[in-house]
Design a protein around this ligand. Sequence first.
Ligand SMILES: [Zn+2]
Length: 395
Amino acid sequence: MLFSPCLLAQKIEKYIGSVTIDMAGRTYRSSLDIYFSSYAESDTVKLYIQGGAEITSVKSGASSISYKTTDEELVYDSRKKQILIPIDNITHKKISISYANSFDEIKNKRFQYKPDWTEFNIYTDWFPWNIAYGLFHYDLKINTTDSVIGANLSENNVLKSTNATFDMSFLVSSKAQRKTTKNGKINIYYHQVADTIINSIQEKSEQFFSYYEQTYGPADTDELVIVVSDSKRSLSYARPNFISLNFDEQFTKTHIKTLAHEIAHLWWLKADLATWEDWLNEAFAEYSAYVVYRTEYGKDAYDDYIQKIENWLQKFELPTLWEIEKSHSESNRVLTYKGALYLCELENRIGIEKMEALLKEMHGRKIVTTTDFLDLLTELTDPTTSSWFEEQLKK
Ligand SMILES: [Zn+2]
């Protein structure tokens, strides 16, 4: 094999295994085989896991291998520790990790265990992960007597990835109720959320979905699961075909905008999530949501909203979008909001119709790099516009 720099880094290819969840007993345990597509020799594999997790075994091949765990650290309210495994101990680029944990060990306030509704995702560090090891596939059997809700879930509770991603996200809730949109494409699961809110989410989801479909062409997927909880936290997140929508008591225009953003990811989620090219996902989803917001509430409300975002962004000293590291503390704000405002400026310059054509082509041609996007912009407008836009991104 040729020696190349990219072989110097650890890359996870896939996770295969199971998790057994005992909601009443407030525990979960898991056995995962982690396959690497590459790694550097004489280095150490570093994986994060929820603090409090008890590692029962780490194996490679048929035998147990030595490893260390670090002290726990607190990152954004989340307790983590690292599992450190010397690569020289690993054979066939595969390790098998078994561990168990109690839900009570999760101290992250945003993801406290509730017997009727528990979300599993990267924020709870329920599986060993390292974002620097790239995007992966997974095949996960979920054992529980409670109901499991997730995207691409088989009848026997096997959760499989459709796209390479960075999370294994699902919900366990036997109390969740379900509503399906009239187009049959969106299933909404909820618990203890007012009917008026759920009806509004159902109606808006369907409306936004058809708006995007008409404007950008067919979505990358035909199935969408939306889970809605009045969790008193304002963190919503989207994974391929899966949206978790959270709010605190009131369902506001901003939540409608969030819903529009997350649904837009059915069109905008093709670019590399691990690099700055992620702005082609985040800024495009955010901009699409502003467009929907304008259709919904009118031009004045849209202008006010954009102004609010601009004022808010000015409070921070934001770095340049171009080639920003994902690990930068401001990367999310820059890739999502700063990027979206650039797209609004582009729309001002080329007009709504051209902008729609641009996004439609971008989606249709599956463009996933900024270079290709700028080429498309040149093709649909002119070189001056394209270099002007490039300059914006480099500001
Ligand atoms: Zn997003």
